[in-house]
Design a binder for this molecule. Sequence first.
Ligand code: SF4
Length: 473
Amino acid sequence: MNEACGVVGASFTGQKAALPIYYSLYALQHRGQESAGISVAHEGNTRSIKGMGIVPWVFKKTDLLSIPGSVGIGHVRYSTSGGSELENAQPLTINFRGGTIAIAHNGNLVNSEELRLELTRMGQIFLSDSDTEVIAHLLVKDLMRNNIVEAVRRLMRRLVGSYSFVMLLNDILIAVRDPLGFKPLCLGRVESEGGSGYIVASESVAIDVHDGEFIRDVCPGEALVITGNRIESHQIYQQKNTAHCVFEYIYFARPDSIIDGKLVYDVRLKIGERLASEHPVDADMISPVPDSGITSAIGYSKKSGIEYIEALMKNRYVGRTFIMPSDVVRKKAVQLKLNVIKPNIADRRVVLIDDSIVRGNTSRRIVDKVRRAGASEVHVRIGSPPIKTPCYLGIDMPTREELIASQKSVSEIETAIHAETLGYLSIDGLVEAIGIPASDLCLGCLTGVYPVEIPGEQCVQRQFRLEEFDLVD
Ligand code: SF4
C-alpha cells in the first residue's frame, strides 16, 4: 500500500504562492505527517523545499517569503511501503526537453508495477519507488509529442487506480482527478489585498484557511489547466458511475470539509443517529473516541437521548494511530494519546463511539482503559461496517490476515476487544448517511468487491475498465 496524502496547487496574479501553499498544507496536515514539500515555478525555474516531518518542521518562514513565483504546488505525505524517506517526499520534479514538471499525487495506482516495468524496459531509470514517478515519466513521454491536454488524456488512459494530482508544467498549474473520483479534489478562489488566484486542494479546508471561496469539486475524469488567473476545464473522461472512497467521510477527511457536495460533519452526525437506531443500548453516557468519533457520538446522543459526556481526552500533539507507520510506534502512540477522565465514568455504563476497528488492538486497549478507570459497563459502537478486505486504492490498511473483521465474526470481535456489546453501522446505514447512491461509492474494503480490476479480488460489474470510459472532448 502506498500513501494517503494531501495535495494543494495555487496559481496567483500579484502575489507569491509559497506562503499560501504552506498555510493550505497546514490545513491538510491530518492527511500525512511523514514528509512535506512545496515547489514553486518562476521564470523558467522550479524551486522546491522538501523535508521529513510535519509542515512547521519542514519550512522556514524566511525561505517561504524569499521564494519568488506565483504558481506552485504542495504535498503532505504518509506512506508504508515506498519508504518513509526523503527520496519519496513530494513534489517530485523532473527536468526534460520541454522544461520542468513537478507533481504531487494522492492515491494509489493498481497497475503501477506493470507500468514501471514497461518504462524500465524502455531504458527509464527510477530514483524512487513511488507511483508519482511512474506518472511523471509517462507524462513526460507524451509531452514530447503532444500538448498538455492530449498528454494528460493519454496518461489517464494508462492509469488504473486512484489519483488526484496537481502538477506544474513550467508555470502552468494542472489538476487532475481520476475518472472514478476515488480521492477528493476541489477548486476555490482566493481574493486578497496582495492579489488573487485559484487554489486546488484535497479538501476545502485548504481554501477556507485563506477565507477563500469554495467553487466546486473537481469532477471525476476532469483536468483543470490554470495559467495565471485563467482557468480551463477539460472533462477528459466521463463514466456512468463514480467510486468516492467512503473512508474519507468516515474517518479520513476533516469534518469541516465539503467533499463531493457533502459536508463531512453532517455525514458523521447522521452516522451517529443511524447507529443509535440500529444498535440501541441501555446506558448512562455516550462518549466519543476522539477525534474522529466526536461528531458521530453527538449524533448517537441526540437520537438516543443519552447524555454526551467525554470519557477520554486526547493529547492533540500525537499523530493519528491509523496512519502511523510501525506497529511499535502505534502502540506507544495510543498510550500517549488518550487519557481517561475518571470522575466522568465512575460506576457508569459507557457507550464508546469510534469510527472503525482495524486490527482490534487499539479498541481493546481503550475498552480496558475505560473499564480500569471505573466504568461499570463498556459498550462499543462503530461508525462504519466491518473492514473485511484491504484497500488497494490509497488508504493504508493491514493485510486480510491482520484485519480483525476478516478473521472473526462480530460476536468474536466483541469478546476480543472486551466490550459488553459491540455494534457496527450497516452498509445501508452508511450509504444513507453519506447521501450518495451506493453505485457511486467505493465500498471495496467493506464488501470485498472493488470498482476497478484488482488481481485476485472481485470487481463490480457495473463499472468499466478505464479504457472503456467515454471520451468527452
Ligand atoms: S477500498 Fe475502502 S478505503 Fe479503499 S478507497 Fe475503497 S472505500 Fe476507500
